[in-house]
Design a protein around this ligand. Structure first.
Ligand code: C2E
Ligand code: MG
Ligand code: MG
Ligand code: MG
Length: 286
């Protein structure tokens, strides 16, 4: 400990070093420790069937219970996790934990039909087959979906092979932040996805002018023709919910319905808007 304090003191008196770079190295060291000590937790944001108001599933979102800084959202550490490669073991942890939680919920009759989606980093698709963090070594319960953004998807043979392997295993894939990349249409065509998630930046301006409305209307039409589910992200107001529903969007998530919640609170939320025997979130169809 004395040694570590000494090193920190040196750092303080070294004006030529960039504070940002230091903070990054420090966060990286803390991230490694956090992985060892399991300081991460998942929050679950409800996904709603808009016409009926039922909760159909959750998106799992990682949080870091930092010993000094409190509960941190991904914006505070994901970038460093990506750059250091720590996103690979972190992502593997997220996947195992989400699968464990989903199996637990599937043991309860009133929660059994819900899905849980997990965000993937493109780096997780580049892991060599058969090594410890290889996605395909995970056993995926029914109802576990994966979300991937176009921008994080490296267009490599490995990534495509991994996605095809996941498809063969029947793991549903969602294209996240749809519309924010330069080649969203091409991504929807090339990758075996079953759901488009319309980015919040298209939902926020609604109800808006004709141009803003046309984008969402077009995505919904595209999805219908491709037999994909479509989820509107970041719905904050009743007017936005009405607008996306009027445009034919079947599913939505956002602060209007619920913020991401710890598992027990998420389960309570779902029970208050029960799915019953309805299964609106199928593999195909909007
Ligand atoms: P995302 O996958 O697009 O997730 C949605 C983000 O929008 C979440 O932020 C959520 O809390 C926030 N959000 C949901 N509804 C609303 C709303 O109505 N208004 C506003 N303003 N925001 C809303 P969060 O949890 O901070 O996550 C940010 C991003 O971090 C995620 O964006 C995702 O790309 C990434 N992420 C989260 N968890 C993981 C993970 O386990 N692995 C990886 N690789 N990435 C993750
Ligand atoms: Mg997501
Ligand atoms: Mg998203
Ligand atoms: Mg987003």
């Amino acid at each position: 400990a004395a040694k570590r304090a000494g090193r920190n003191r040196t750092v303080l008196f070294e004006p030529s070093m960039h504070e940002q770079a230091l903070a990054r190295v420090d966060t990286e060291r803390q991230l490694r420790e956090a992985l060892r000590e399991e300081q991460f937790t998942l929050h679950y944001q409800p996904v709603m069937h808009l016409p009926s108001g039922r909760c159909v599933g959750f998106e799992a979102l990682v949080r870091w219970q930092h010993p000094q800084r409190g509960l941190l959202a991904p914006g505070a550490f994901l970038d460093i996790a990506e750059r250091s490669g720590l996103i690979v073991p972190l992502g593997a942890w997220v996947l195992r934990e989400a699968a464990r939680q989903l199996r637990e919920w599937q043991g309860e009759a009133d929660l059994a039909g819900l899905f849980v989606s997990v965000n993937l980093s493109g780096q997780q698709l580049q892991v060599p087959a058969g090594t410890p963090d290889d996605l395909l070594t995970v056993s995926f319960p029914d109802g576990l979906h994966l979300e991937i953004t176009e921008t994080s998807l490296a267009d490599t043979p490995e990534a495509l092979r991994a996605m095809r392997a996941l498809e063969r295993r029947g793991v549903p894939l969602m294209l996240d932040d749809f519309g924010t990349g330069f080649a969203s249409l091409s991504a929807a065509q090339r990758f075996p996805v079953g759901t488009l998630k319309i980015d919040r930046s298209f939902v926020s301006p609604l109800p808006g002018d004709a141009r803003q409305t046309a984008i969402v209307a077009s995505v919904v039409t595209l999805a219908r023709h491709m037999q994909l589910n479509v989820v509107a992200e970041g719905i904050e107001t009743a007017e936005q919910a009405q607008a996306v529903t009027d445009l034919g969007c079947t599913f939505g998530q956002g602060f209007l319905f619920s913020r991401p919640l710890p598992a027990a609170a998420a389960a309570a939320f779902a029970r208050s808007r029960p799915l019953g025997t309805a299964r609106p979130f199928g593999g195909t169809g909007t």
